[in-house]
Design a protein around this ligand. Structure first.
Ligand code: THU
Length: 163
C-alpha cells in the first residue's frame, strides 16, 4: 500500500463589513482596478491591488487579446508591475476582486497566478496575505500562497545548470 501524503489548506471566509479596515481598503483598490480591466473576449473583469512594505499600492487588471494566450491576468499585471518598479521591496498583501460570479463564494486565482505569487513570496522573507472577493459579499483570506498551492513546483538546483 502506498502511504498517503495529506496537506491541510486553510482559508478564512469573511463578510466584507467585518474585514479589518486595511483589507477593506486594499479590496476597494482592487475593485477600482476592475473598472479599468480590458476583457472584451471573456467579459470576466478582474482587478488586483498589491500593498508593498513601503506603503505603495500597485494595481493591475486583466488585459485580454484577440490572440487569447497573449492576454494577462490581473494578479500578474499588478505583481510584475510592482516588482519591476520596486525590486527588493516586499509585497505585504494582495487583494483580488472581480465583478464576475465565482464558482463558490469568493474569487480563486488561476494556477499560473498562484505560481507567480509563490515566486514573489520566495523573493521576500514573509508570506503575502491574500484577500479575494468576487461579486458576492464573501471574502476569502489566506495567510499565504501555500494555502492555495500545496505540492507546488520548486525545483532544487534550478539555475545551477548551464547558463
Ligand atoms: N483572470 C484573471 O485575471 N485572474 C485569474 O486568476 C483568473 C482569470 C482573467 C483572465 C481572463 O482575462 C479572464 O479572467 C477569464 O479567464
Amino acid at each position: 500500500m502506498p502511504k498517503e501524503i495529506n496537506v491541510t489548506c486553510t482559508l478564512e471566509a469573511w463578510a466584507y463589513e467585518e474585514l479589518p479596515a486595511a483589507d477593506q481598503a486594499l479590496l476597494r483598490a482592487a475593485h477600482e482596478a476592475v473598472k479599468r480591466a480590458y476583457a472584451p473576449y471573456s467579459g470576466f473583469r478582474v482587478g488586483a491591488a498589491a500593498l508593498l512594505e513601503n506603503g505603495a499600492v500597485i494595481t493591475g487588471n486583466n488585459q485580454e487579446n484577440a490572440a487569447y494566450p497573449s492576454g494577462m491576468c490581473a494578479e500578474r499585471v499588478a505583481l510584475f508591475h510592482a516588482l519591476s518598479q520596486f525590486p527588493g521591496v516586499a509585497v505585504t498583501a494582495l487583494a483580488v476582486a472581480s465583478d464576475g460570479e465565482a464558482e463558490w463564494g469568493a474569487f480563486s486565482p488561476c494556477g499560473g497566478c498562484r505560481q507567480v505569487i509563490q515566486e514573489c513570496e520566495l523573493r521576500q522573507p514573509a508570506p503575502i496575505r491574500l484577500i479575494l472577493q468576487s461579486r458576492d459579499d464573501e471574502v476569502a483570506v489566506a495567510a499565504g500562497i501555500a494555502q492555495y498551492l500545496p505540492f507546488s513546483f520548486r525545483a532544487k538546483g534550478l539555475g545551477k545548470q548551464g547558463s
